[in-house]
Design a binder for this molecule. Structure first.
Ligand SMILES: *Cc1c(COP(=O)(O)O)cnc(C)c1O
Length: 491
């Protein structure tokens, strides 16, 4: 299985090379030359446990890794750092199935991929005889940063620097990042939003002179964002698992379709569901749920992507994004794996902030349904799920539930649906508490405690005592200073 980029210019790479490199020389994203069939029954796989599913899916895509290498990565990643014994529990509530992806070390779904990426990356370094230190750069809308820091802290041969919007993450998210320990970790707030942080990281990747300088000093750059194919592929596994578990639970007959609803920001999670569908998992519609930053919902409805719009800070900050990187991979596939056509769209996005998809892409978008839930709809979803169904959910997952309800009302499609449940409610305690108890005056860590009293759901161990941990990272910089900051760090 070889990898090429969405812009057609970087030649073919083994998966280990693609993981190490993170992004193509032509600035495109690595994609598999073909999408492998699953080749096994999801229910049979799921009956062997989560690790078996993950190992099987990874081996389909990363066939330059030995079976033993894959197994070691999977076993090291999906162990008792997850608070749930089966790693990803499936919970039925409110006529939907919640695929709980947030039981890892940082209480968000980013742990599913970032628990394993450091192992994949260090294995790739050995395989490719990489002698430089790998510097991981990560832009974060709040959850990737902490998950990447936990994953890479004190991992030999690596350094990590994380950039987050200093005014655009929740209190718990920020505190998780700025208290991170580890000799190789750096954390910066930036005066800007996630798009600024992501653009800054991409700019550094595109700066050939800087990369040469770093290389002379013994460093090479890689990415922990979902532009890295090593992060995307592990996410496919939980859709295979989710489908298999539904069959085992008797909720669907083998082969019958399920829909998938995903709260979407950078389009990584839902793209993994699309890959699972292309592998042959019986997935029907892919429901792409946006918050008030509804650029994706508009695109899926009209075929026109236009980021020239107001940016909103919402109660679901991990989806406050106007430039969704992974959409580039979908465009590439729907255009018939056409690199030059995809490059032209991305060029248009860069210069004008918009592009119009052609016929073949538009035809492929019918697999998707896009809609947005505003702040009121998000609150209603949180309240409905808890008050009518006894299920506590975070703001992002609530956006997906709201969009699912709307989809069902509009279409009458009652297909059983998996909702990617992406974070613990406690990461967004202020907003969740406000939805459940509008009169409560508690905020910050007091809101975490109040929410625990109100819901009876225990706070995840990783968030306990967070308010007492020492703050280690206090720098806040301009997005334009990201390049010089990185250059100064690694010399
Ligand atoms: C990152 C994140 C999302 C968005 O996922 P993408 O893969 O960027 O689309 C949704 N919810 C939560 C809680 C997240 O951390």
């Amino acid at each position: 299985m070889m990898y090429r980029t969405t812009r057609g210019g970087s030649g073919e790479k083994r998966s280990a090379q693609a993981i190490l490199q993170g992004i193509g020389e032509d600035r495109g994203l690595f994609v598999p030359a073909s999408i492998p069939p699953l080749g096994k029954d999801p229910a049979a796989l799921a009956s062997e446990g989560y690790r078996a599913v993950a190992a099987w899916v990874l081996a389909r895509f990363f066939d330059d890794f030995s079976e033993e290498e894959i197994r070691n990565c999977v076993v090291s990643a999906y162990d008792d750092k997850f608070e749930a014994e089966d790693i990803v529990p499936l919970v039925e509530a409110g006529d939907a199935w919640f695929l709980e992806l947030f039981h890892g070390k940082t209480a968000a779904f980013k742990d599913m991929a970032l628990s394993i990426l450091p192992y994949l990356l260090t294995t790739a370094m050995r395989k490719e005889k990489e002698d430089k230190k790998v510097v991981i750069l990560a832009a974060t809308s709040g959850d990737t940063g902490k998950a990447a820091l936990e994953g890479f802290a004190d991992v030999d041969g690596t350094e990590i620097a994380v950039f987050y919007p200093s005014e655009g993450v929740s209190l718990v998210q920020e505190r998780q990042m700025v208290t991170q320990e580890g000799a190789n970790v750096k954390v910066f707030g930036i005066r800007g939003n996630f798009d600024d942080a992501q653009a800054g990281v991409k700019h550094i990747f595109n700066d050939a002179a800087m990369q040469e300088d770093l290389a002379r000093r013994g460093y090479r750059l890689s990415s922990a964002n979902s532009i890295n194919i090593g992060r995307l592929v592990p996410q496919i596994a939980y859709y295979v698992w989710g489908y298999g578990r539904l069959v085992l639970a008797g909720a669907v007959r083998p082969g019958d379709p399920v829909n998938v609803a995903v709260p979407t920001g950078n389009f990584g999670n839902i793209l993994a569901a699309y890959y699972a569908k292309r592998m042959g998992v019986p997935i029907g519609r892919l429901l792409c749920a946006s918050n008030r930053n509804d650029v994706l919902a508009d695109f899926l409805q009209t075929g026109v992507y236009d980021r020239n719009r107001e940016f909103f800070v919402t109660s679901s900050p991990s989806m406050d994004i106007l430039v969704s990187s992974n959409l580039e991979r979908l465009l590439f596939h729907l255009a018939g794996d056409d690199g030059p056509a995809t490059a032209a769209l991305m060029q248009s996005l860069e210069t004008t902030g918009r592009y119009e998809a052609g016929e073949s892409i538009r035809a492929g978008l019918t697999d998707f349904y896009g809609a947005a839930a505003d702040e009121t709809a998000t609150k209603v979803a949180i309240a409905t799920l808890f008050q009518s169904h006894g299920y506590l959910t975070d703001t992002h997952t609530a956006v997906a539930y709201s969009v699912l309800r709307r989809y069902r009302a509009e279409t009458g499609d009652g297909t059983p649906t998996l909702i990617a449940s992406t974070a613990s409610a406690y990461k967004f305690a202020d907003a969740v508490l406000a939805a459940l108890d509008p009169d409560s005056a508690e905020r910050g860590f007091a809101a975490v405690d109040a929410l625990e009293r109100l819901s009876g759901v225990p706070v995840p161990a990783c968030l306990r005592g967070l308010e007492d941990r020492a703050i280690r990272h206090t720098a806040v910089i301009d997005p334009t200073a990201m390049g010089e900051t990185v250059a100064a760090l690694y010399r």
